[in-house]
Ligand binder design. Structure first.
Ligand code: SAM
Length: 236
């Protein structure tokens, strides 16, 4: 039987693929990979370093702490990924950096709509030699205003968010989840929880069966949370 190509493929250039694979094998993404809807491929720069010592980092020009990933093994790893992509117009290359453009759901949606391959370059230590970004014409992307120890967490965030926009990744109930009015607070049984002699009740409206009222309640709850968060971000 002919194998159907995945709808979207993540090509991850990283020194630590094993740090990501458990996540990509579990739950929604794991099921989507098994069904062949998405694929995740790893390219370890160490496998592209001919020197038997496999040293892939070196001291930074200009001095300073930490080591920098050498350009050649990373470029060879990116090349190996690009060679597997027939139509390069269908690919995007992102270079993770805390100084990059902030990753958003909108960026994920647009990427999945316009491309079928995403090459993600994960840095470690002090980062990757800047010439890799220049040569590959990669977009510099950040997942938040903090510094991670490596790009692997960023790759997991990006792949997870993007995958949810790939048709066929979310099961029927998960797709419905996406479409319904979401609220930041969710509840399950029991309707009244007794914890350390105190009682905690589920809001009555959620047990009313009145779906219009439930939607209104959820919208208002989401609004309140957004307002609280914005207040904190502006004045903290
Ligand atoms: N001194 C470097 C700098 O300021 O760019 C920090 C390097 S950081 C310890 C190592 C790698 O983690 C980076 O090269 C990048 O790939 C990744 N990384 C760290 N923070 C990130 C963030 N907020 N978003 C995306 N990637 C990040």
């Amino acid at each position: 039987m002919a194998r159907v190509a995945p709808r979207f493929c993540f090509h991850i250039v990283s020194l630590f693929p094993e740090a990501m694979d458990a996540y990509f094998s579990a739950s929604v993404l794991g099921r989507a990979r098994k069904r062949g809807v998405i694929a995740v491929r790893y390219y370890n720069p160490k496998d592209f370093e001919p020197n038997p010592k496999k040293r892939i980092d070196d001291i930074p020009y200009g001095g300073g702490p930490g080591m920098v990933l050498r350009p050649e093994p990373v470029l060879r790893a990116v090349d190996a990924a690009l060679r597997r992509i027939r139509d390069r117009k269908q690919s995007r290359v992102w270079f993770f950096s805390p100084a990059g453009e902030q990753f958003t759901g909108q960026m994920a949606r647009a990427t999945v709509a316009r491309a079928r391959h995403l090459v993600l370059i994960c840095g470690r230590y002090e980062g990757v030699d800047e010439r890799v970004r220049v040569i590959t014409r990669a977009k510099r992307v950040s997942v938040g205003s903090y510094v991670l120890s490596g790009g692997e967490l960023a790759a997991m965030v990006v792949a997870d968010v993007c995958a949810r926009f790939v048709p066929g990744v979310l099961g029927k109930s998960e797709s419905l989840e996406e479409k319904r009015v979401a609220s930041p607070s969710v509840y399950t049984r029991p309707a009244e929880l007794v914890w350390k002699r105190k009682r905690y009740r589920v809001p009555e409206v959620l047990r009313s069966g009145n779906h219009a009222a439930i939607d209104v309640w959820r919208k208002e709850a989401a609004e309140k949370e957004r307002a609280k968060r914005d207040k904190k971000t502006n004045f903290s």
